[in-house]
Write a protein that binds this ligand. Structure first.
Ligand code: UGA
Length: 436
């Protein structure tokens, strides 16, 4: 099939490369000339494991190309995806749909024969209806359908998530559109991946409901972890104990410094705005958002307490800046709240992140960016693990103690087994300091 992907951000680029890998011909479109040029030269605009090789292989096979001028590709396309950004609109928290609607206008100009236009960007309920109206108004006689096909990719594991998804959701209004989408996802269909067909508005809501539910699980376990601290219980064992119940499931029950990233914060907020607009408020999600905001800020107090009640004039080594491992993405990362919070209390910050250093530059004032974890810890009064990168899981703890001027390690991701850290002044989340 001939596929066009409008937008070469995270979702568009990963999805485009994966569809090409399924054997389709994919043209990725972007307005950013330097991005297109870099992609044509094999330089990825984001860090995502395996993406560079996937792009290179498919470009070489003639199945994937990049352009700023989508006219020819759209006129020949069977399916055109809209995968542009839907950031939080400044001021009111709604998803900003200007790029989606601009893409719809552009598609309307060039479509020729029947084609399915699919929103892959996370868009509020009813956006598909608007896209349909825009195209129908501009081209009253054009033959097209508008479908919704939300993505459930996690940064850092996006290619695997795309190729081995738990499900594919397609929301459409006609059998013709469903048939085209089924053909597109044929390799997954043959693998017996469930393909859930719904009405378009339902598919749009599934995406928000999924992210909001996962965010709820995280805020839930974070509050349980505070209770574990208070009563002397172990949150990892509580998570295991409840997660073994299939009705609950073990995933997304890792306590930490609060969720971040480009999706959960934005999507939970947008969902509450939609709910308000339709007179059906979602007080659970309102609370999840508040709990998460408070969570990030409360990590500052936790670190101060671990440092003996004050960080004034102390140097802290921060290990990990990105919102999670496997990405260079800093959007809504807990580090953006925690580091300025510590600095406001007089701490000096030395920091290291395996992939996020370039992104982090300019996001923090007065911090020293270091070459590696040990460099960051050299002479520091304490080390704080903010992101659970694999290389922080395998620190030489003897060397950590020798490198720091104290032996204080604050682990906000609970990555160390308690019996391995008995020689340290070790502080984790929702776990007593002694192994049981
Ligand atoms: C999330 C969803 O997991 C994807 O299914 C979805 O497609 C994507 O948003 C999106 O809407 O595009 P992502 O933001 O890449 O993916 O990252 P997650 O792995 O979900 O992590 C989000 C945040 O939750 C991170 O800050 C992570 O540290 C935190 N988290 C995750 C926890 O604190 N505890 C957990 O148990 C899991």
């Amino acid at each position: 099939m001939r596929v066009v992907m409008i937008g070469t951000g995270y979702v568009g680029l990963v999805s485009g490369a994966c569809f090409a890998d399924f054997g389709h011909h994919v043209t990725c479109v972007d307005k950013d000339a330097s991005k297109i040029e870099r992609l044509e030269n094999g330089i990825m605009p984001i860090y995502e494991p395996g993406l560079d090789t996937l792009v290179e292989t498919n470009v070489r096979a003639g199945r994937l190309d990049f352009t700023m001028d989508p006219k020819a590709a759209i006129s020949e396309a069977d399916i055109v995806f809209i995968a542009v950004g839907t950031p939080t609109r400044r001021g009111d928290g709604h998803a900003d749909l200007q790029y989606v609607y601009a893409a719809a206008e552009e598609i309307a100009e060039y479509i020729d024969d029947y084609c399915v236009i699919v929103t892959k960007s996370t868009v509020p309920v009813g956006t598909g209806d608007e896209v349909e109206k825009i195209i129908a108004k501009a081209r009253p006689r054009a033959s097209f359908d508008v479908a919704s096909n939300p993505e459930f990719l996690r940064e850092g594991a996006a290619i695997d998530d795309f190729k081995r998804p738990d499900r594919v959701v397609v929301g459409a209004q006609t059998e013709e559109a469903f048939a085209a989408m089924q053909e597109l996802y044929r390799p997954l269909y043959l693998n017996e991946t469930p393909l859930l067909k719904t009405e378009r508005r339902t598919a749009e809501l599934i995406k928000y409901a999924a992210n909001a539910f996962l965010a709820t699980k995280i805020s839930f376990i974070n509050e349980i972890s505070d209770l574990c601290d208070a009563v002397g219980a172990n949150v990892q064992q509580v998570a295991k104990g409840i997660g073994l119940d299939n009705r609950i499931g073990s995933k997304f029950l890792h306590a930490g410094p609060g969720y971040g990233g480009s999706c959960f914060p934005k999507d939970t907020l947008a969902l509450t705005k939609t709910a308000q607009d339709y007179g059906s408020p979602m007080s659970i999600i309102d609370t999840v958002i508040k709990v998460n905001d408070k969570r990030k800020a409360s990590m500052v107090d936790r670190i101060v307490k671990a440092c003996g009640g004050s960080v004034e004039g102390k140097t802290l080594a921060i290990l990990g800046l990105t919102f999670k491992p496997g990405t260079d993405d800093m959007r809504d990362a807990p580090s953006l709240v925690i580091i300025p919070g510590l600095q406001a209390l007089g701490a000096n910050i030395r920091a290291y992140d395996p992939e996020g250093m370039e992104e982090a530059k300019g996001m923090f004032k007065d911090i020293e960016l270091c070459d590696d974890a040990y460099h960051a810890m050299t002479g520091a009064d304490a080390a704080v693990i903010l992101t659970e990168w694999n290389e922080f899981r395998a620190l030489n703890l003897k060397r950590v103690v020798e490198t720091l001027s104290s032996n204080t390690l604050v682990d906000l991701r609970n990555i160390y087994p308690l019996d391995e850290v008995q020689n340290l002044d070790y502080h984790s989340i929702g776990r007593p300091n002694q192994p049981k």
